[in-house]
Design a protein around this ligand. Structure first.
Ligand code: ADE
Length: 248
């Protein structure tokens, strides 16, 4: 699977060289390319922003460097871009373009799973007050465009969100996580938060491991873990609990 990230801070993405994902890249399981948006400008100052029409604070990212950068990225990918006028084009025919923004749809584990099945994912990291809105409509010719938010808070730009999404999706690519069973038991995979975990020693600073975990009774352990998942979800995430409870 291939990721292309467009940003004015390519060095932000350097951490993708380390840990599990770094190994996955070296093994060729996940291919990540980072592009500097300023390479798609032609003025002496490599300008990527301008003042907003209608006035207001801050600067807006100019559309043309984005169009040139995204055309370049679409041409790189393993998926050939569908022609604009093709009526038979399915969303799956085009690469995905993720645009991190606090005004996007929520990025979830379900969405990460969906993306892990795609061959080519591009990410457009905006800064300042955002990217000229026309870019998103224009980009539909080349990409399935999804505006995505990590959560209800504001980051300085899309780079941290891009890192989070690449990690969440990349680790679902077969072979990236050594033991695939560990993916199944995680928080959010079954709509519940994960159960608590413990390791040796059984007594640590006066705190004991729950005795059921030492019982050797797999059925009892499984039931206890399920109950813990439900209790935690009910207490910590009433929103998830309501969705889970209504599925029964
Ligand atoms: N860019 C700025 N804030 C963001 C957020 N909460 N999620 C995704 N991208 C962002």
């Amino acid at each position: 699977m291939r990721f292309d990230v467009v940003t004015i801070f390519p060095e932000y993405l350097a951490v993708l060289d380390v840990s599990l994902l770094g190994r996955a890249r070296r093994e060729g399981l996940v291919d990540v390319h980072v592009h500097d948006l300023r390479d798609f400008t032609f003025d002496r100052h490599r300008t990527v922003d301008d003042t907003p029409y209608g006035g207001g604070a801050g600067m807006v990212m100019k559309p043309e460097p984005w169009a040139l950068a995204l055309e370049h990225v679409a041409a790189q990918g393993p998926v050939s871009p569908a022609p604009a006028e093709s009526s038979s084009a399915e969303p799956g025919d085009r690469p995905v373009l993720l645009v991190p923004t606090p005004s996007g749809e929520r990025f979830t584990q379900r969405f990460a799973r969906e993306l892990a099945g795609r061959e080519h994912v591009a990410i457009a990291c905006g800064r300042y007050e955002g990217i000229d809105e026309r870019v998103f409509g224009w980009a539909e010719e080349l990409f399935e465009v999804r505006l995505v938010s990590l959560g209800d808070y504001v980051l300085n730009g899309g780079e941290v969100a891009a890192l989070a999404m690449i990690e969440a999706v990349g680790r679902l690519v077969p072979g990236v996580v050594g033991n695939p069973a560990s993916l199944v038991e995680e928080s959010h995979e079954d709509g519940l938060l994960e159960y608590p975990v413990y390791t040796k020693p059984a007594d640590w600073r006066g705190r004991a491991v729950p005795p059921v975990l030492l019982s050797g009774d797999h059925g009892k352990v499984a039931a206890w873990r399920r109950a813990q998942q439900e209790e935690r979800t009910r207490e910590r995430r009433p929103d998830l609990w309501a969705a889970y409870d209504s599925e029964d």
